[in-house]
Design a binder for this molecule. Structure first.
Ligand SMILES: [Ca+2]
Length: 287
């Protein structure tokens, strides 16, 4: 009898532990007709639209696998390495605000979660990238880049709210994720280049390659304390020591709030400026 109970208990413990992970805002079920999306779902990512002249940017239903069909934002405007579009938006952060999607996110959820959204796209057919935020678990990043086979990332950054056609900076780079080594991120430095606005690469590309993923419950950074617990509002990141150039910055309560935004470089305690310093708005795309 014990032999049959033991694995069951193990399972129960496992599910209780998972249930204790603080709940973050989840993607709500949205009727398809409520959103400006196209009829047929995309297979695995936005990547199938890469290079297609008439493909539009916006929300599409994506069949990530047999069990998961989700809404994802596809960027079909950004060109990198002579290929236009096919980018899936996996993470974005707008400056300011409280209760971010990634705040105090635990390891398990940071890997497994389907795209979580916060903002206007939940209730209206918004195509405005400054009206919502999204975070997608790294497991799905892996799936998207395995499907696309490009293994490229684009980081888009704007220092202030405004016209999306006037984003300050865009850069791209070939990258990879290593699930078996703490979800380490690596960048192929020779491939990294500015796409628009600047030739100055983001610190994500220049300084965070080779860093493992850290969360508030799994410290893989190079700092004596836990960067994820101290900064970023408990946000996960490929921390070194600690958050210079992070998409979550210093977090919700740090430095009077002015570090609460996406960083292109550095950790200056101020709102974003056109020279790439300070807390702005950031979008990470992969394909
Ligand atoms: Ca540490």
């Amino acid at each position: 009898m014990l032999r049959t109970i033991a694995p069951l208990c193990a399972l129960l413990i496992c599910s209780v532990a998972e249930a204790q992970v603080p709940a973050a805002p989840e993607t709500k079920s949205v009727p398809r007709e409520a959103l400006n999306t196209r009829a047929s779902p995309l297979n695995q990512s936005c990547g199938s639209m890469a290079g297609k002249q008439n493909a539009k940017s916006g929300f599409y239903w994506v069949t990530l696998d047999d069990e998961h069909q989700v809404l994802m934002y596809c960027n079909n405007d950004t060109t990198f390495d002579n290929l236009k579009g096919g980018w899936t938006l996996v993470w974005s952060n707008l400056r300011g605000g409280r209760g971010k999607l990634v705040s105090d996110l635990h390891w398990g959820a940071s890997i497994e979660t389907l795209p979580r959204y916060r903002g206007a796209m939940i209730t209206q057919a918004s195509q405005d990238l400054q009206s919502f935020e999204v975070f997608t678990g790294l497991r799905w990043w892996r799936r998207i880049i395995d499907a696309g086979k490009r293994r490229e990332m684009a980081y888009v950054w704007a220092h202030n709210y405004g016209d999306l056609n006037q984003v300050d900076r865009q850069a791209g780079c070939q990258f990879d994720l290593v699930p078996t080594d703490g979800w380490m991120i690596t960048f192929k430095q020779a491939s990294c280049k500015g796409i628009a606005g600047t030739t100055e690469l983001p610190e994500l590309f220049t300084n965070q390659g080779g860093n493992r993923w850290s969360t508030i419950d799994q410290d893989n950074d190079k700092y004596p304390g836990s960067c994820a617990s101290l900064y970023g509002g408990g946000a996960p990141w490929w921390y070194h020591s600690c958050w210079s150039g992070s998409i979550s910055g210093g977090g919700e309560l740090a430095d009077g709030g002015q570090s609460n935004g996406a960083y292109w470089k550095g950790m200056a305690s101020k709102w974003g400026e056109a020279d790439g310093t300070g807390a702005g708005n950031g979008w990470l795309y992969i394909r």
